[in-house]
Write a protein that binds this ligand. Structure first.
Ligand code: TRP
Length: 450
């Protein structure tokens, strides 16, 4: 068997893993969920979950990857023959995410173009975004551009180059986000938004806040979908898993936090900050940010630069999502690389088109009250991710036993949070996730009312 190459040094690993983790999840999804599900309360719940469940699951996945040196499809089966299916379910998540991730990547591409061609004022109008996504052909063209770009990166194997470039562009993205946040929070009227985002209010606490925060945590850190197992399999045996986990978590959360600090107060400054404006969902970033850029001198250029950097973060993620599916196909069906890539591209295009039309000619089609995109997002992030996360904990806690993970972590020094890890992985995490899942299903069915 071919020896797996390892990342050079810990920083290389942390940057690569963080580079894949930082994407639309941080910039687009986190702010709209935080705006919708309770602002400061969502932020608080998210941070608590990140340092508890997020930490435990990330350590577990990186350790499984490094220990088995296998892809997620095979890693679970190698740890215990009866648990191979868990790796397959985990790989299903990228399959569900990929089409709509590329659709949103297409929206970002469109907005880069719109800003660059000086149509900021137009884009800042309330009806602009709704008009755009309900159009039949225009969003499809941008979606195709995005998904084909992703496919080409994979076909020509230029991932490395893209990753190198992202080491320059990612800090640029952070800088511009910090700059925009400062601009927004110093506008008149921003205070109420900053308060809403930073101060938890107990009346905003609900089961939905927990479920949304939990799904978002896994999504944003690419957990419970096999990705961190893959990264772990490339992680050098010399480095400390616990420390690397901390760094990735801090980095990923910091970027999400900043994106919220930029977007949520803008909703108050430019759109009144009522619950309708806050509850916009997936369109929030595209409705709000153009208003910010429109109010800035030279806003078109800043907007174009900003969306371009977001586009870059989105491409690095979409490439690694696609790569996960392609290698999953190769691993399970012994398929050639070219064929697997073609299948995934065609699949992504077809389902992405369906999602896009779900905002236009098919907007009457709803599944349990969700639009098509929201439904895929819900099934993958609010159902499958918690489920896989919970089952991973059960498997580690009771089948392969926490010691299997602990010994891998301790290869390079003490595991400071060992006791905490064991208690979390065996009891707290599985029971808590189970309770959240059951209560939200019951709520969804109308049996329980929160
Ligand atoms: N975590 C990524 C983000 O925040 C999204 C993502 C989901 C992802 N699944 C992935 C990235 C798989 C890479 C690989 O946008």
């Amino acid at each position: 068997m071919e020896k797996r190459s390892t990342f050079q040094g810990k920083l290389g690993f942390v940057l690569a893993a963080a580079g894949s983790a930082v994407g639309l999840g941080n910039l687009w999804r986190f702010p709209y969920l935080a705006a919708k599900y309770g602002g400061g309360m969502f932020l608080l719940v998210y941070i608590v979950l990140a340092i508890t469940f997020g930490f435990v699951l990330m350590v577990t996945e990186i350790a499984i990857g490094r220990k088995t040196q296998l892809s997620p499809m095979k890693a679970f089966g190698a740890l215990n023959k009866k648990w191979g299916w868990l790796g397959k379910i985990a790989t299903l998540v990228p399959v569900l995410i990929f089409p709509y991730y590329c659709l949103i990547g297409g929206w970002v591409t469109k907005y880069t173009f719109v800003m660059a061609t000086g149509k900021v004022a137009e884009a800042a109008q309330d009806s602009y975004f709704g008009g755009y996504i309900s159009n039949t052909t225009d969003p499809l063209i941008w979606f195709l551009i995005f998904i084909l770009a992703t496919t080409l990166v994979i076909v020509f194997g230029v991932n490395r180059g893209i990753e190198k470039l992202s080491r320059i562009l990612m800090p640029a993205l952070v800088l511009i986000t910090v700059g925009l946040s400062i601009y927004v929070i110093t506008r008149p009227g921003a205070g109420a938004g900053v308060k809403y985002y930073l101060l938890p209010n107990i009346k905003d606490l609900s089961i939905k806040t927990f479920l949304a925060a939990l799904g978002q945590l896994f999504y944003s850190m690419s957990l419970a979908m096999g990705i961190m197992i893959t990264y772990g399999s490339y992680f050098s045996k010399e480095e400390h898993i616990e420390k690397a986990t901390r760094q990735i978590e801090i980095f990923d959360t910091a970027i999400a936090f900043l994106a919220g600090l930029m977007i949520i107060p803008s909703v108050f400054v430019f759109s009144g900050g009522d619950s309708a404006a806050l509850g916009k969902g997936p369109s929030l970033m595209f409705v709000t940010l153009p208003k910010v850029f429109n109010s800035l001198p030279g806003g078109g250029i800043i907007g174009a630069l900003f969306f371009f950097l977001v586009l870059f973060a989105a491409i690095t993620s979409s490439v690694s999502i696609m790569e996960a599916i392609v290698s999953g196909l190769i691993d399970s069906f012994k398929m050639g690389r070219g064929k697997a890539t073609a299948i995934v591209a065609v699949y992504g295009i077809v389902l992405g088109i369906v999602c896009s039309l779900g905002f236009g000619i098919w907007d009457g089609v709803t599944i349990f009250g969700f639009s098509i995109l929201d439904f895929l997002d819900f099934v993958s992030n609010s159902v499958l991710l918690p489920l896989v996360g919970m089952l991973t904990c059960v498997m580690v806690g009771f089948v392969i036993k926490p010691d299997a993970i602990i010994s891998e972590v301790e290869l390079n020094g003490p595991f400071t949070m060992k006791k905490f890890y064991v208690a979390m992985v065996k009891w707290v995490a599985p029971i808590f996730i189970f309770a959240i899942l059951v209560s939200s299903v019951l709520e969804g069915l109308g049996v329980l009312k929160f």
